[in-house]
Structure formats: C-alpha cells, structure tokens
Design a protein around this ligand. Structure first.
Ligand SMILES: Cc1cc2nc3c(=O)[nH]c(=O)nc-3n(C[C@H](O)[C@H](O)[C@H](O)COP(=O)(O)OP(=O)(O)OC[C@H]3O[C@@H](n4cnc5c(N)ncnc54)[C@H](O)[C@@H]3O)c2cc1C
Length: 403
C-alpha cells in the first residue's frame, strides 16, 4: 500500500518521485506530453531547492549546469542613470551555503528527468489524466487513452492548468493578468562581457527589462508589458520572421545601457501571457493532494514558483513518512499539516510577486519617476523585497533535513 501516483513530470513531479523513492515508497509518474519538453526560458533556483536536492545528492550537479549569480543591478531609462548595484546573491550564498542559480528550464527539466530515471522512478509519457476517482482505500487515475492506474494516494503536480485540481474542486479557468512577457536567448553582447554574473534590470514607463547570464556565452532576457488582449502561454519558439516582427515593435529594443544589444541580437524569442488562479485554502480531498503550481500558481516576478514547489515536496514527503500508513485518517492529518505549514508562505510569495509585477509595468512619467527615485534610495533594490527574499530562501528547514 505504498504506491503513489504522481500526475505531471515538470519540475515538482520528478523531485517528489525521487524523494518518495528515497524514503521507500513506490511512486509512478504520468505525464501528458510525449517527452520532456524543450520549452520555456530560464528559471531561478534559490537555496531552498538546493537543500532539497542535496537530500538526493543532486545539488552540486545542478550547480554545474547553470550560472550562479553574484550581483543585482538596476538602471532607470527615465533618469538615464544606474540606480545601484548590490551583492545580494553573493551574500545569500555566503549566509546559506547555496547560490542563486540561473538555468535554462529545458536543461533543468532534462536533468530532473534523467536523475529520476537513474534512481529507478517509473515514468510514463503520453498519459493525460482526465479524471480521478476515489473509493474506500484506493484512488484511480483515468487517462485520455482509456487506461487507468490505481494506488493508495495521488499527487497532482500538473501545473497551472491542473486537471487534478479541476476534478477535486470543480473546473475553473486560469485568468489572464493583462501582462505578457517576451523573452529570448542572445549570445553575450560585448557590453556585458566584463560584468560579474549579474541579474540586471531596467525600468521605463510601461515596460520592464531583465537579463542574466545562464552560461558562459549566452544570456537570457525578458521584457514585461501590459497587453489587454490575451496571449496564452505555450512557451514555444517563434519563427525568425515572427520574432523579428515582434522585436521591431518593442520599446526595450531601443533602450540604452544593454537591452538594445540583447533584444536585437536574439537567436531565440518566445512570448507568453501571465495567468493566475487563486490559491485554494485547502489543497486536498480524500486521497488526493496538490503540489506546486497546481495548488498555488504564481507570476514569475520574484523567481519563486519552482522553489516553492520544492518546499511542498519536502514537507509532503516528511509528513507522509511520519504518517507511515495510508489510512484515511493518517492521510487527512498529514495533508492538513502540510497545508498549515505551506499556505501562509506561498500566500506571501505569490502576493509579493504580483506587487512586483505591478511596479514593473507602471505607466505615466510622474509615477515612474517617483518609483525610480525610491529605488535610487535603496541602491536599485526595494529593501522590503530584499527582506522578504531573504526570509523565503530560509525554507524548508534549518540545519539537518528530517528526511
Ligand atoms: C513548458 C513550460 C515552460 C515554462 N517555462 C517557464 C519559464 O521560462 N520561466 C518561468 O519562470 N516559469 C516557466 N514555467 C513555469 C514553471 O516551470 C512552474 O511555475 C514551476 O516550475 C512549478 O512547477 P510545477 O511542477 O508545479 O509545474 P510545471 O513545471 O508547469 O509542470 C506541470 C507538468 O504537468 C503536466 N501536465 C499538465 N496537465 C497534465 C495532465 N492532465 N496529465 C498529465 N500531465 C499533465 C505538464 O505537461 C507539465 O509537464 C513553464 C512551465 C511549462 C509547463
């Protein structure tokens, strides 16, 4: 009775699978895509993730695949001035022992999949979960191809548009937030070649630009813009013609102090809308529980989505180990405790990300000048955001892991 069905092999799915296997459970992952998707831009990996991956002996290997950051630097296009540079990521590294790493999402997913495979986690692709049925001591996942799988427990790691969540709590669409991000990869322009590994951002009137190195020769950049018409997120590469057409119309394609070179030199460009789904108060029903974006999707502005999902995985596995058996009562107690610990933290993280997004796309010269003036006082960084970031990265445990 230790089988666990995991729906979704994005970021949370394979990590949860590995942690469960490590503790003697029998996880099986089902993913709707035919294979690991080579899609998306980059993700920021903060110390919480390394603490969790270190339990599995994977933290150091992941670091070797990305770019640890050292500085944060902010420029104002309105003031034509650098607002400041701080060594926040280097300080974070010093205090926690783990870096803040930028990595291509495709590479990260491939690494997690390869690691899960190596550790013997069973995974099946082309399996879109369309229904979940519960009776007595068992739960059954029903797939689009007509097949079924049965276990004592099912975890929905199926992201923003989670079908498991729809089955548990009723169908509800993700809502468009009125913001799009356009981003791409560019060979590192000369302008940035002498920089330390830096997360660099530029603020303007109605647009924000951000870029980071994600290996020794490439940078990833994104611009966030308000856009009233909906743009669904599919994270796929645009054709060269479509990319050039889109870049032509971008405010940031003409911005000084770096953005222009990066945008105009892009070799890969993608566009996606930002979507929201409310954070539920309860993330479980019976033998089914939600993890990561399925429970608490977030806008990406403070880079915490994937990291918060790791904390979910850690606590869920820790509490399942404590529960020892999958009786209805012990699962109810474990899931309730899991939500009690995780809910307040993700509420903080998600609402802060939303506020950061609003600040980035502020429109109107006067308001933007006031924002930039305030940032100048904080050397380009909002002290409240710095405090919250430091607080968030302390999770999911201090000292030794309990699993
Ligand atoms: C293709 C893609 C690209 C992304 N790119 C970026 C990016 O560049 N930057 C960024 O900040 N965030 C990106 N994100 C979001 C980010 O990865 C997540 O917010 C975060 O990692 C949380 O991880 P998760 O495992 O909860 O969800 P996800 O990483 O979204 O994983 C969910 C997985 O579940 C699968 N799935 C969904 N429905 C079903 C179903 N019914 N049956 C079976 N499987 C199902 C999906 O195919 C996916 O593999 C991307 C997400 C996706 C899916």
């Amino acid at each position: 009775m230790s089988e666990v069905i995991i729906i979704g092999c994005g970021i949370a799915g394979p990590v949860l699978g590995m942690l469960l296997k490590h503790k003697g459970f029998d996880p099986i992952i089902y993913e709707r895509q035919p294979e690991i998707q080579q899609a998306g831009l980059s993700l920021s990996v903060s110390p919480q993730t390394f603490k969790v991956l270190n339990i599995l002996g994977l933290a150091e290997s992941l670091i070797s695949l990305g770019q640890p950051l050292e500085e944060l630097s902010t420029y104002s296009q309105l003031r034509h001035e650098l607002l400041g540079t701080i060594d926040g990521p280097a300080q974070m590294h010093k205090r926690t022992g783990w870096p803040m790493l930028m990595i291509s999402r495709a590479r990260y997913c491939q690494f997690l999949y390869d690691s899960a495979k190596e550790k013997g986690v069973e995974m099946h692709f082309n399996k879109r979960c369309v229904d979940v049925r519960q009776e007595a001591e068992r739960v059954t996942a029903v797939f689009e191809d007509g097949t079924q799988a049965e276990a004592g427990l099912l975890v929905g790691c199926d992201g923003l548009r989670s079908s498991v969540r729809n089955v548990l709590f009723g169908k509800e669409e993700a809502t468009y937030m009125g913001l799009v991000q356009i981003g791409g990869f560019t060979p590192t322009p000369d302008f940035f070649k002498s920089w330390k590994p830096t997360l660099y951002q530029a603020f303007g009137d109605g647009a924000h630009f951000m870029c980071v190195p994600f290996n020794s020769s490439q940078m990833v950049w994104t611009t966030t813009l308000p856009q009233p018409t909906e743009a669904r997120e599919d994270w796929r590469r645009l054709s060269i013609d479509a990319a050039h057409e889109m870049i032509k119309g971008l405010q940031v394609a003409e911005w000084e102090h770096g953005p222009k070179e990066l945008v105009q030199g892009a070799t890969f460009v993608t566009k996606y809308g930002l979507y929201d789904r409310p954070i539920l108060d309860v993330w479980h029903k019976g033998r089914v529980v939600l993890v990561g974006d399925a429970a608490h999707p977030t806008s990406p502005h403070i880079g915490q989505g994937a990291n918060q999902a790791m904390e979910d995985c850690y606590h869920l596995v820790r509490l399942l180990c404590k529960a020892s058996s999958f009786t209805t009562d012990s699962l109810e107690a474990a899931f309730t405790e899991y939500e009690r610990i995780r809910h307040p933290i993700v509420v903080k993280s998600v609402s802060h990300a939303k506020m950061e997004g609003e600040k980035r796309v502020m429109v109107g010269r006067e308001a933007c000048e006031q924002r930039d003036e305030a940032m100048l006082r904080g050397r380009g960084y909002d002290p409240e955001r710095a405090r919250l970031q430091m607080e968030l990265i302390q999770g999911p445990f201090q000292g030794e892991s309990e699993i």
